[in-house]
Design a protein around this ligand. Structure first.
Ligand SMILES: [Zn+2]
Length: 375
């Protein structure tokens, strides 16, 4: 059995549902310390964070990952138990196989081979791990970055091992992400009997035209690097359950995934302008989950393109789609950030898996990126 596969199976056996780590970071530390990596634990509240660094020279290359996984969902629906790594038809099944313990295992063995062949490589290599990427992520990478910034430890290149690939391993890399802005809106009305509407004020009726406008708004056209900004309503709650009561309020949650054409303030202004036209009273709470970022074509993207071409023979594609990742906390420091990892088709699903060959190819790509940047 390959080194990478063996390590991945060890990690999957640990049921590290957010914010648990279940010893995954110990396993990585045990693997990398003998190669000259220094260990630093940066735990905050319920979240375990790990910073392993080899060397002090610039430039600094960082592999960023998370050891936590999303919940399994119904156990009955899994063909094999989610925390018992199982091979079927050339694939390894288990929670975290693709998101993102596969990427982690591939990177660890890539480092092992690279350091063995290039003991006097240029620059430094670091591994940053958190146990809360899939949750609210307030005590994870965002805090580790604060520590690094405070002591002027600068990241030059950051590779996030998140599942970026679409049909074939390495066919897509993410070079940026859309921003994410969440809104919680409460529209106030006056509760009353449906038979006496003149004594009540129906907030559902008042909100309906505003909802239509919000969902039809053309926020922007996107640009060369980003698709158009989109607003999606995720929850609407109202009503007492009784059929003869006009409700007193409506609660609505929506989210905007936005391009670099807009910012948080413009979106808020335009949203309030739409709502204010309709004359109902409301309360709004906003939460910015991440600003959009874009890594410009430079050493890191070039190294990734060349490595994928060398190992697989095909050209990769730059992309900015998908959900948010911890890369959003690294990009503001000025680092070049890309995401490159397994095929994302099965992530967060029942029967999550990774192709065994993909795992080896991914590890070879990671090693080639290190060669391209640090030798
Ligand atoms: Zn992930």
């Amino acid at each position: 059995m390959s080194n990478t596969l063996e390590l991945l199976k060890d990690l999957i056996r640990r049921p590290s549902v957010t914010p648990l780590d279940e010893g995954c970071q110990d396993v990585l530390t045990d693997r990398l310390k003998p190669l000259g990596f220094s260990e630093e634990r940066l735990d905050f509240v319920d979240t375990q964070n790990l910073w392993l660094r080899k060397g002090t020279a610039k430039p600094l290359f960082v592999f960023l990952g998370h050891t936590d996984v999303v919940p399994t969902g119904s156990l009955d629906a899994w063909v094999s138990p989610p925390f018992e790594p199982t091979i079927r038809d050339g694939k390894l099944y288990g929670r975290g196989a693709a998101d993102m313990k596969g990427g982690i295992a591939a990177f660890v063995t890539a480092i092992e081979r690279f350091v063995a062949k290039h003991p006097h490589h240029q620059g430094s290599i670091a591994v940053m791990m958190t146990s809360d990427e899939e949750g609210i992520a307030t005590n994870g990478v965002v805090k580790v970055v604060e520590v690094l910034e405070a002591r002027h430890e600068k990241i030059d290149w950051c590779l996030v091992g998140e599942p970026s690939s679409d049909k074939k391993i390495g066919d897509v890399i993410r070079v940026g992400r859309r921003g994410s802005l969440c809104a919680k809106l409460t529209i106030q009305g006056i509760q009353g009997h449906v038979a006496y509407p003149e004594l009540a004020n129906n907030p559902i009726h008042n909100f309906a035209p505003a909802l239509k406008e919000l969902t039809e708004e053309v926020w922007d056209q996107g640009n060369h690097n980003f698709p158009p900004t989109s607003l999606q309503v995720s929850n609407i709650h109202s009503g007492t359950g009784a059929e003869n009561i006009i409700p007193g309020n409506v609660e609505v949650q929506f989210n905007l995934r936005f391009s670099t054409e807009l910012d948080e303030h413009i979106i808020k202004q335009r949203t309030h302008a739409i709502l204010d036209k309709h004359g109902f009273s409301y309360d709004m709470q906003w939460r910015l989950s991440g600003n959009p970022f874009l890594t410009k074509r430079g050493e890191l993207i070039e190294a990734a393109h060349a490595a994928i071409k060398t190992i697989t023979g095909y050209e990769t594609k730059d992309d900015t789609g998908g959900g948010t990742s911890d890369g959003r906390f690294i990009a503001p420091t000025g680092a070049q950030v890309i995401e490159l990892g397994p095929i994302n088709e099965s992530i967060h699903k029942i029967n999550e898996h990774i192709d065994l060959n993909d795992l080896e190819v991914l590890s070879a790509i990671y090693e080639q990126i290190l060669i391209n940047l640090l030798t």
